[in-house]
Design a protein around this ligand. Structure first.
Ligand SMILES: Nc1nc2c(ncn2[C@@H]2O[C@H](COP(=O)(O)OP(=O)(O)O)[C@@H](O)[C@H]2O)c(=O)[nH]1
Ligand SMILES: [Mg+2]
Length: 353
């Protein structure tokens, strides 16, 4: 792979690994917090993070990080934890190592030129290639993800977040704009990271009501590695039509429900007494409820789509994870990123992973 873990630590995907530790830290009672942070820092050091990176992640542990090469301190930190948390630290450490390995594989795939083009079935080849030319999609040199769905469902925001950007950052896709054009625009990750990946913002795609299917064909959406359909609380007809068209083309397709963080604000405002920051368990419970509702809707309106997954995420959390920053709410951002990666590999017939 030719890449040391130290280098990898500066990559945006590293946030996926860090989040594992953050989750563990939030599970600790306050009296274990300080020793927990120190014990976890020791694991980051072993994984190749340097002291500057660690200080950026946990500025409150600056002094400890400076002293960290004194072995006794390191051992002491772990021993200070009670037995129960020593055990859970071990599990977290294993997960961290696994994620770092996965990141290395993802990094390798996303930064090198795709080894193979997208496989497009012969019977649709001509229309797909022709139409892909219209969109300027380059299947040879890029991994291409298309985000479709109703205006305001959060397409531009989630694309920005995956690129590590907020709406006011340079090069960010415009957020909260009226989608008056139908120009499909692509975005890349800044600073040349992931140079072979393109994220396409497909505006106006959900405002077509019953025309999703013809929009899909006109815009040659089958030319993308993966189609991501942004949904809201309930599934709409056009979203179902998009997914049906994608299935017909044997394309990788997934539903994405963003803005999950807002659900908790709504619950607060409507009078339900929920803490401002939900616990990981409360978040899991919420995701289960959402998934249950989604599956029931699919069963009722489009049983043929039952194999299509839906990920529940928040653009806010995604951005924090990509930037390696701590976030209070974690939904299924890591799972979604991994899905994108896996499916684009499959679309190219690369099955080495
Ligand atoms: N709190 C929160 N707001 C979001 C999220 N995603 C989008 N928004 C907001 O929803 C509005 C519409 O988002 P936008 O990305 O422009 O949607 P698009 O029209 O589908 O591209 C904007 O005001 C965003 O700030 C999210 O995950 N969390
Ligand atoms: Mg937009």
């Amino acid at each position: 792979m030719g890449q040391s873990l130290g280098q990898l630590a500066t990559h945006p995907l590293t946030g996926l690994a860090l989040q594992i530790g953050y989750n563990w830290l939030t599970s600790l009672p306050s009296e274990e917090q300080c020793d927990g942070e120190r014990a976890y820092l020791n694991n980051l050091a072993m994984a190749g993070f340097n002291s500057t990176q660690m200080t950026a992640i946990m500025p409150n542990q600056k002094e400890y990080i400076q002293r960290m090469n004194e072995m006794e301190d390191q051992i002491a930190a772990e021993q200070m934890l009670t037995k129960k948390y020593q055990e859970s630290l071990k599990k977290t450490k294993r997960k961290l190592e696994e994620q770092i390995k996965k990141n290395a594989e993802m990094e390798q795939y996303l930064t090198t030129k795709p080894a193979k083009n997208v496989k497009i079935r012969n019977d649709i080849k001509i229309s797909a290639v022709e139409a892909a030319n219209r969109n300027g999609v380059d299947n040879k040199n890029y991994v291409n993800f298309a985000f479709v769905g109703h205006t305001k469902n959060g397409k531009s925001s989630i694309i920005n977040a995956i690129r590590g950007l907020g709406k006011n950052d340079d090069g960010a896709a415009a957020v909260d704009v009226l989608e008056c054009t139908q120009d499909i625009q692509y975005y890349t990750v800044p600073d040349g990271r992931m140079p072979n990946v393109r994220f396409y913002d497909v505006p106006g795609s959900g405002a077509m009501a019953h025309h999703a299917e013809s929009y899909y064909r006109d815009k040659a959406l089958c030319g993308f590695d993966c189609l991501i359909i942004l949904i809201q609380q309930t599934l709409c007809e056009e979203e179902i039509n998009f997914a049906l068209a994608a299935l017909e083309y044997n394309q990788k397709v997934v539903f994405l429900r963003s803005k999950c963080d807002i659900d908790f604000h709504l619950k607060n405002e409507s009078g339900t007494t929920l803490k401002l920051v939900p616990t990981p368990e409360e978040i899991q419970e919420h995701i289960s409820d959402l998934r249950h509702g989604f599956e029931k809707e699919l069963e009722r309106f489009a049983p043929e789509l039952s194999a299509i997954r839906c990920f529940f995420v928040s653009a806010k959390s995604m951005r924090a994870i990509i930037r390696g920053e701590k976030t209070d709410m974690v939904f299924e951002e890591a799972e979604f990123l991994e899905y994108l990666y896996q499916q684009s590999k499959k679309a190219r017939g690369i099955t080495t992973f």
